[in-house]
Design a protein around this ligand. Structure first.
Ligand SMILES: C[S@@+](CC[C@H](N)C(=O)[O-])C[C@H]1O[C@@H](n2cnc3c(N)ncnc32)[C@H](O)[C@@H]1O
Length: 292
């Protein structure tokens, strides 16, 4: 009989619990179908550790009970979204792979702005696709603000999307622990981060001017025909496709390219290769592509 999840946080002893082979197949197939994320057998203990958080939260004492709940009608409505939160890998940082941001400012914008009028006649449109907790779109914004300081006014808007609702909540808030802002140079911190009024607080917040230019929404790359309301000038989609298999990568990237304007730029993660994929892209620099 199905064990109903009880109050959250109920202490249950989960030590030594394993996911059976059959259940692992069901979980991994669901994760692949919903998120595109591959979960090969060697990731079984990782999945166990991640799902354990949900068992604990729901007060369930076995993976079988969790499976019964997740695959029930109620589970698909209430729990699937929480499972996605725990199975996605959301590692990100401010100033991650920083040469990309310099390349955007020094090489891309001086060509893109005069060629398209983006940023002058209309807002320059940038998309951080798979933005996690917001460090990437906010880093982009800081660099664009620097560009504005040093050059002419630039009108821009940034969209951050992710499949995980939990990371998006954090991104919208734009509040980070001071340890997270280690990579941000002092000059940027002074201009773009606000300390808390409470002197003891270890948190800082992105300035409102930048937050106002950045909006976040949920978007699942596996949704057939996903789209964005306006085609983008620049897309950052870094460290997302490494979790997909080749077939999923190709299908997803073909769709992503449709969201990019001709003459637009795509930034991928440094460990992600697009070579051999039939995409309308030309490589300009490591992990930087121009749409034909
Ligand atoms: C490792 S983070 C990368 C964050 C940022 N782009 C960076 O490079 O620092 C990958 C993000 O992709 C998101 N993601 C994974 N599968 C997705 C999908 N099917 N649709 C949308 N986002 C997805 C995850 O939730 C996660 O936040």
């Amino acid at each position: 009989m199905m064990q109903k999840p009880s109050e959250r946080g109920l202490p249950v002893d989960l030590t030594g619990l394993r996911i059976s082979e059959g259940d692992f197949s069901r979980f991994s197939q669901l994760i692949y179908d919903v998120c595109g994320i591959k979960m090969p057998p060697h990731k079984r203990s990782m999945l166990e550790a991640r799902l354990r958080k949900r068992l604990r939260f729901l007060g369930l004492s076995s993976y079988e009970a969790y499976r019964d709940f997740l695959f029930s009608h109620d589970g698909m409505v209430e729990e699937l979204i929480n499972m996605i939160d725990v199975v996605t890998t959301n590692k990100t940082d401010f100033f991650r792979e920083p040469r990309h941001f310099d390349f955007m400012i020094e090489t891309v914008l001086p060509v893109l702005i005069p060629a398209t009028g983006a940023g002058i006649d209309r807002p320059l449109r940038l998309w951080s696709a798979g933005c996690s907790t917001g460090e990437e779109p906010y880093t982009i914004a800081m660099f664009l603000e620097e560009f504005r300081w040093n050059n002419k006014p630039l009108n821009y808007k940034i969209m951050g999307t992710d499949i995980s609702t939990q990371v998006l909540e954090k991104a919208v808030q734009g509040i980070y622990h001071k340890d997270k802002i280690e990579p941000v140079p002092d000059a940027f911190r002074k201009k773009y981060l606000l300390k808390s009024r409470d002197k003891q607080s270890p948190q800082v917040r992105i300035i409102p001017e930048i937050r106002a230019k950045t909006r976040f929404q949920r978007l699942n790359f596996m949704d057939e025909g996903f789209n964005v309301s306006e085609p983008q000038d620049i897309i950052f989609c870094r460290n997302v496709i490494i979790y997909f298999d080749r077939q999923t990568q190709e299908k997803f990237l073909a769709r992503l390219c449709r969201c990019l304007l001709p003459g637009g730029y795509l930034f991928m993660g440094h460990s992600e290769t697009l070579s051999g994929m039939p995409l309308p892209l030309r490589q300009l620099a490591p992990a930087v592509y121009l749409k034909n």
